[in-house]
Design a protein around this ligand. Structure first.
Ligand code: SAH
Ligand code: SF4
Ligand code: F3S
Length: 408
């Protein structure tokens, strides 16, 4: 029986794809190992969202040459978004790579594996369910059609399409029956989901009607697709997490237009306000140093953050991705970008600290992901002295906040 070591880079969609590929490998008789040294196969699922992400994946692949040389018959499979961007060039540069399978070809992973003749004994076993986790990731869309000016995703993942709700609902049912408490719906513009008129809100409502479901999350929604129907669904369905991760990218209408984000600062502020009025905590992604970003534009981002009081924000320095429109623009002076990033990070650190502090003395329902760490519906981490079983759901009084963790 072959043992597979899995290394996943990138977003949760990649995590979900990795799980799917592991199921395919399990069906071929493979088991997963946590130890690289005892593995026969390494599956590297990669990201290319920024240059640094791609670099990480490639240098990991480079280091695997030594691992492969140590024992005969070892194999390396390189998949995902960086694999899609770089294609078979990878094999030229790293001849120790056995299979390259890009993100667009994920649905054909099974036949790619079969053709590659990795397995001398064609041991076909029934699919085994993934390890019992309280959280199940479920892909509801593939690709992205937004073509934001800076973003490589539409090129490596292809056009957006929504998956059949029948299949999604049966996947959710299986996950809940095998012990999942929380479902996370995934898609690059997850709230643009629409299957022949079956909307994202309709899907949320259907999933909430499962008795066994405790909590429903979704990643990543796009501000453009936040509409009245969705806001009403949030109001009607308390099982939907009281948190949204809503990437804004910038607070300047001028930059947002250049990025092709399809919303203005004012529209954004109105949507953030509407979400907050329902009691939803908001976290976000922001790009700093987008080409053409002036001091004025940056200030707009900063003041928007001050107003929005995000509970968390991932701030990224703009990274030019070859083939995207924004890669053709002249980059800003890196010193200026560093300075802006620093200012923004300080602002976010403060608003995040404040958001955590606001939770003190509240009662929160915590879903434990480790014996002493769990998350609240509004997405704050809670740590306890007492140990709980993973998957336990406990109502706890928040006593203290320490930077980005709550103590109960
Ligand atoms: N689909 C999501 C985000 C996917 S990528 C959305 O549209 O919001 C995750 C984050 O990476 C983005 O929100 C953005 O902030 C960042 N990002 C994407 N391309 C980037 C680039 N070229 N340089 C820097 N950050 C980038
Ligand atoms: Fe990239 Fe924009 Fe699509 Fe998000 S919505 S994946 S940022 S193109
Ligand atoms: Fe990275 Fe691909 Fe996700 S580029 S962020 S792994 S969609």
């Amino acid at each position: 029986m072959k043992k597979v070591y899995l290394q996943t880079f990138g977003c949760q969609m990649n995590e979900a794809d990795s799980e799917e590929m592991m199921l395919t490998l399990a069906a071929k008789g493979c088991t997963q190992t946590q130890k690289l040294e005892e593995a026969d196969i390494v599956l590297v699922n990669t990201c290319t969202i920024r240059e640094h992400a791609e670099h990480k994946a490639i240098s990991y692949l480079g280091r695997l040459a030594k691992w492969k040389a140590k024992k005969e018959g070892r194999k390396i499979i390189f998949t995902g978004c960086a694999a899609q961007r770089l294609g078979q060039k990878i094999k030229k540069k790293f001849p120790h790579t056995d299979i390259v399978n890009g993100a667009k070809n994920i649905d054909n992973f099974s036949s790619v594996i079969e053709k590659a003749d990795l397995f001398e004994d064609q041991n076909t076993q029934p699919l085994s369910a993934p390890a019992n986790s309280p959280i199940a990731l479920v892909n509801i869309m593939r690709g992205c059609s937004c073509k934001c000016s800076y973003c490589i995703v539409p090129y490596v993942r292809g056009e957006a399409y929504s998956l059949d709700p029948k299949n999604i609902l049966s996947q959710v049912k299986v996950a809940l029956e095998s012990g999942a408490k929380e479902i996370v719906l995934l898609g690059q513009t997850v709230n643009a989901y629409n299957y022949k008129g079956f909307s994202f809100s309709k899907l949320l409502r259907e999933i909430c009607s499962f008795d066994k479901l405790l909590r429903l999350r979704y990643l990543s929604p796009h501000p453009m697709f936040i509409n009245e129907e969705f806001l009403q669904t949030l109001k009607d369905c308390p099982k939907i997490a009281r948190h949204i991760h809503l990437p804004i990218q910038s607070g300047s209408t001028r930059i947002l237009a250049d990025m092709k984000r399809n919303y203005t600062r004012e529209e954004l502020l109105a949507k953030l306000k509407a979400l907050r009025e329902i009691g939803i905590e908001i976290s976000t992604d922001i790009i700093v140093g987008y080409p053409k970003e002036t001091e004025e534009d940056f200030k707009d981002t900063l003041t928007l953050c001050q107003e929005a009081q995000f509970s968390a924000a991932y701030c990224f320095k703009f990274s030019p991705r070859k083939g995207t429109p924004a890669a053709l623009f002249k980059e800003l002076d890196q010193k200026i970008v560093e300075k802006r990033l620093d200012i923004l990070l300080n602002e976010i650190k403060q608003s995040s600290k404040d958001a955590y502090a606001r939770q003190i003395a509240t009662k929160q329902q915590v879903l434990f992901e480790t014996p002493t760490n769990g998350r609240t519906s509004n997405n704050f981490w809670v740590r306890t002295k007492e140990k709980y079983p993973v998957g336990a759901v406990v109502d706890l009084q928040i006593k203290e906040s320490k930077d980005t963790i709550l103590l109960a």
